[in-house]
Design a protein around this ligand. Structure first.
Ligand code: C2E
Ligand code: CA
Ligand code: CA
Ligand code: CA
Length: 282
């Protein structure tokens, strides 16, 4: 490494080089991933705490490349956003999730809404609303059975176009949720303007609720978000619920819904069906 100070040494370090190479490999591999049918969806149940059981299913993207092996969404989504590939990938996710939801419903399974993650890059696409509604009608899944999960940073766009898009989705009955709530940088002002029906408390707060790593701050933030949601007449869901103690606390705090390993990990379709069938018998 040439030694022009810390930054240059950083840049030439083998670690940084490996990271850059991995990034390029992913970027390259992503280009053919849709065509080669390397994506699949895993499904995780959303549970209502009022005792009525499953109230929804979140679709989570999975990618298995023949050489790179399985690659986590936290790693490749950001790259797909940078290249723009996320627009086509995201549309595949929407279509597949709606198709699966309609098929399950036709087979007699009941699970409430299908919830799909949407990137800020997809929202910038002027045809987004039309694509969403087309995905629903082509699949035979009602728009009112679909929820889109959007991160706070996506709401920072705050343009007339975004406002129109949300208005159109809302009139079609599509629900909107703010994902990873509490971790973004945005001001809370969007909450009173956008037709958001649900806040999803980020799992980093839930991880601090109970047990040995419990902190008073995690409890305070979680309770504040639940109060905020109630004041704004929104539903609040807590992610990353891993213990019965987490569930008990969240119920006490008045949280509406939960999601996490306590109930189920994200599952491939066949296992999700089995999970739903077993649940229905309880
Ligand atoms: P997310 O939307 O916040 O999804 C929840 C993540 O938490 C999932 O990770 C899920 O497997 C994990 N999780 C669920 N319950 C628990 C729990 O009890 N404990 C712990 N430790 N983790 C739990 P996953 O599937 O790796 O997805 C990571 C992120 O990638 C998602 O976070 C979402 O931001 C993004 N993502 C996934 N699928 C899509 C997609 O189709 N489109 C877009 N734009 N983003 C996606
Ligand atoms: Ca999500
Ligand atoms: Ca989340
Ligand atoms: Ca997340």
């Amino acid at each position: 490494a040439r030694q022009h100070g810390r930054n240059h040494i950083e840049f030439y370090s083998p670690d940084a080089w490996l990271r850059a190479r991995r990034r390029l490999e992913i970027e390259h591999a992503l280009r053919g991933a849709l065509e080669h049918e390397e994506f699949s969806l895993a499904y995780q149940p959303l549970i209502a705490l009022d005792g009525h059981g499953v109230c929804g299913i979140e679709a989570l993207l999975r990618w298995h490349h023949p050489e790179l092996g399985p690659c986590a969404p936290d790693e490749f989504i950001e790259i797909a956003e940078a290249t723009g590939d996320i627009v086509a990938i995201g549309e595949w996710v929407l279509r597949e999730a709606c198709r699966q939801a309609a098929a399950w419903y036709a087979a007699g399974l009941r699970f409430g809404r299908m919830s799909v993650n949407v990137s800020a890059v997809q929202l910038r696409d002027p045809g987004f609303t039309q694509r969403v509604l087309a995905a629903c009608s082509d699949a035979g899944w009602p728009a009112a059975g679909l929820e889109l999960e959007i991160t706070e940073s996506a709401l920072l766009l705050d343009t007339d176009a975004l406002w129109e898009c949300f208005g159109a989705l809302q009139s079609a009955g599509v629900a909107l949720a703010v994902d990873d709530f509490g971790t973004g940088f945005s001001s809370l002002s969007y909450l009173s303007r956008f037709p958001v029906g649900r806040l999803k408390i980020d799992r980093s707060f839930i991880a601090g609720l109970a047990g040995s790593d419990s902190t008073g701050r995690a409890v305070a933030v979680t309770r504040a978000i639940i109060h905020l949601g109630k004041a704004l007449r929104m539903q609040v869901l807590a992610e990353g619920v891993e213990s019965g103690e987490d569930e008990r606390l969240l119920r006490d705090y008045g949280c509406d819904e939960v999601q996490g390993y306590l109930y189920s990990r994200p599952l491939p379709p066949r296992e999700m069906v089995r999970w739903l069938q077993t649940r229905a018998l309880i």
